[in-house]
Design a protein around this ligand. Structure first.
Ligand code: PMP
Length: 354
C-alpha cells in the first residue's frame, strides 16, 4: 500500500510524475535507452533542460523581466556560498529565522561581513520577526521564506532597496507572491520540485558581475548562464523529474491553483491542532507555514499511543526535527487533501482513545 508521505524532504512527488519517471527509466521517449544512460548533450535532454528553465520562469510569473533559471548541483547548501561569491563585495544583511538561515550566514561569513538585522533565535525560531528594516548600504538582503524545521513562513517579501536573495527550498511554487520583488531565488528540488540532486536558481541578470573578486567557474552564475545550465554535467534525471513536476503543476492551473489547495490542506490540519486538546502548535499562529505544520503533544506520556495510531493508518515521515521535537506534517504541493484528512482522522481517534 502506498503510504501517506508527510516527510520533510526528500518528500512526496505527484503519483503521475512517479509513473512517468519510472517509464523514462526503462525507455526515454522511445529511444531504446534509459533517461539515466543518455548524454546530457543529446538533443532530447537539451530540450528537457530548455523547457525546465523556461517553465520555472513562467510558473513564477517572471517572463520578460530579465531573469535566468539554472539547474545546478550542490544543493541549497552550495548556494549559501555561491550567493556570497557572486554578490558580496563587503557587507550583506541577513534575517536569521532558523537553522537554514543560520547556515547561510555561517557560509557567507567566509567571504565578508554579514550582519544579522533580525532574528527569532530568542524563542527557538517559533516566529517570524516583524521589525525588519533593510539598510540601503549593504550589498544584498537574504532571507529564508519558509523555515522547514520550525514551520514558520514569511507571508510577504520584506521591502528593500537593495537586491533581495531568498532561499525558497521548501515553498517554491507553492503560493502566489510577487516574485519580481526577489532578485535571486534558490531552492533545492527535493521538496516541491523533484528528487534530490538539483537546485533551482532564478536570478535577475542585472545584479551579477558587480563584485571585484575572481569567482571560480563552478560557483559563478554567469558561467552557468553562458552555458545554458550545461557548464558541466547536470543532474540529468533530477532535472527531468523536476520538469515533469512543473508540467504537472502547470496542468493543474499553476501556482495560483495549488495555493488554494495548499491553504485548504493547511487550514484543515491547523484547525484540528487548535481544536484538539491533546495537541499544541509550535509556531506562532500568524506565522504558520502552509508547507510544514509543527506541533507537540500536550502530554508526552501519550506518545506511544499516538505513534501507533498514525503508523497503523499508513502515515510515514511525521516525526519532528530533533531541534523541535514533537511532530512535523509536511504538506507540500504533491500531498493530496485525502492524506491530510487521514491524519486529521487519526488525531481525532487519538482524542477518543487516549
Ligand atoms: N534551506 C532550506 C529552507 C531547507 O529546508 C534545506 C533542506 N532541508 C536546505 C536549505 C538545505 O538543502 P540541501 O540539503 O539541498 O543543501
Amino acid at each position: 500500500m502506498k503510504k501517506h508521505n508527510f516527510s520533510a524532504g526528500p518528500s512526496i512527488l505527484p503519483q503521475p510524475v512517479i509513473h512517468q519517471s519510472a517509464q523514462a527509466i526503462l525507455d526515454f521517449e522511445n529511444m531504446g535507452l534509459s533517461i539515466m544512460e543518455i548524454s546530457h548533450r543529446d538533443k532530447k535532454f537539451v530540450a528537457v533542460m530548455e523547457q525546465a528553465r523556461s517553465l520555472a520562469i513562467e510558473l513564477l510569473g517572471l517572463e520578460g523581466k530579465g531573469y535566468q533559471a539554472l539547474f545546478l548541483q550542490g544543493g541549497a547548501s552550495m548556494q549559501f556560498l555561491s550567493v556570497a561569491y557572486n554578490l558580496l563585495e563587503k557587507r550583506a544583511v541577513y534575517a536569521d529565522t532558523g537553522t537554514w538561515s543560520a547556515n547561510a550566514i555561517k557560509e557567507a561569513r567566509f567571504l565578508g561581513d554579514i550582519d544579522i538585522i533580525s532574528s527569532s533565535k530568542d524563542q527557538n525560531y517559533n516566529y517570524i520577526p516583524k521589525d525588519i528594516v533593510v539598510p540601503q548600504d549593504a550589498d544584498y538582503f537574504h532571507f529564508t521564506s519558509n523555515n522547514t524545521i520550525f514551520g514558520t513562513q514569511f507571508k510577504e517579501v520584506p521591502s528593500s532597496e537593495i537586491p533581495v536573495v531568498c532561499d525558497m527550498s521548501s515553498d517554491i511554487f507553492s503560493r502566489e507572491i510577487d516574485y519580481s520583488k526577489i532578485d535571486l531565488i534558490y531552492a533545492g528540488a527535493q521538496k516541491n520540485m523533484g528528487p534530490a540532486g538539483t537546485t533551482l536558481v532564478v536570478v535577475k541578470e542585472s545584479i551579477l558581475g558587480k563584485v571585484s573578486r575572481a569567482i571560480p567557474n563552478i560557483l559563478n552564475y554567469q558561467s552557468h548562464i553562458a552555458k545554458e545550465s550545461m557548464y558541466h554535467t547536470p543532474a540529468v534525471f533530477a532535472v527531468y523529474v523536476s520538469l515533469l513536476t512543473m508540467e504537472w503543476l502547470k496542468q493543474l492551473g499553476g501556482v495560483a491553483a495549488i495555493e488554494k489547495i495548499n491553504k485548504e490542506k493547511a487550514s484543515l490540519l491547523y484547525h484540528e491542532i487548535d481544536r484538539n486538546p491533546l495537541f499544541k502548535g509550535f509556531a506562532a499562529t500568524e506565522d504558520r507555514s502552509l508547507m510544514n505544520a509543527t506541533f507537540n503533544l500536550t502530554n508526552e506520556g501519550q506518545k506511544d499511543i499516538f505513534d501507533t495510531l498514525w503508523k497503523e493508518a499508513g502515515i510515514s515521515g511525521l516525526n519532528g526535527h530533533r531541534s523541535v521535537g514533537g511532530y512535523r506534517a509536511s504538506i507540500y504541493n504533491a500531498m493530496p487533501l485525502e492524506s491530510v484528512k487521514v491524519l486529521v482522522d487519526v488525531m481525532k481517534e487519538f482524542e477518543r482513545k487516549a
